[in-house]
Write a new protein. Sequence first.
Length: 192
Amino acid sequence: MAKKESTFGNMVLTLFIVTFVSSTALGYVYEVTKGPKAKAELEKKIKAISEVVPDFDNSPIEEKVERCAGEQCVMFYPAKKDGQLVGTAVEVTTNKGFAGNITLMVGFLPDGVIFDTAVVEHKETPGLGDKIDKKKSGFAEQFKNKDPQNFRLSVKKDGGDVDAITAATISSRGFCDAVKKAYDSYRKEFKD
């Protein structure tokens, strides 16, 4: 077998073939996983909604209302039982987390009281900031059944009523910021 001469043209052709095959494979994998990924994200969202509002019999996902101001969008998911509004789940994102964005689902009763909260997505430090998630600590429990008109949604270090997570004050502040944004958006949409 004769050895091919290593020329610039051969190297470019080889690089092109490798790049083409790699990008085609990557595109195929993306297309194959796009559907299951979207389904998993939808199921995660439905689970978060069911955690933060009282029992409901409608489909809050189908009745969602989206409000955007600039690049910030807030989603409202009304939960109804027998046609009556029992709560509203508000999905909001803040960029004030230690490691970036924190996305929360905050559930409000019709009178504006926080029913519960659920973390939808975050990238906080494992073992520290990730304690904002209910599966990791009881931090989020202090927001349950609180009326934001009487409960200051900031950490005690900043004059609020929230006990911050030890060694994770920035993550705690980010969580508080997201809950405050959710409440302000809810109040603007339904109370004012």
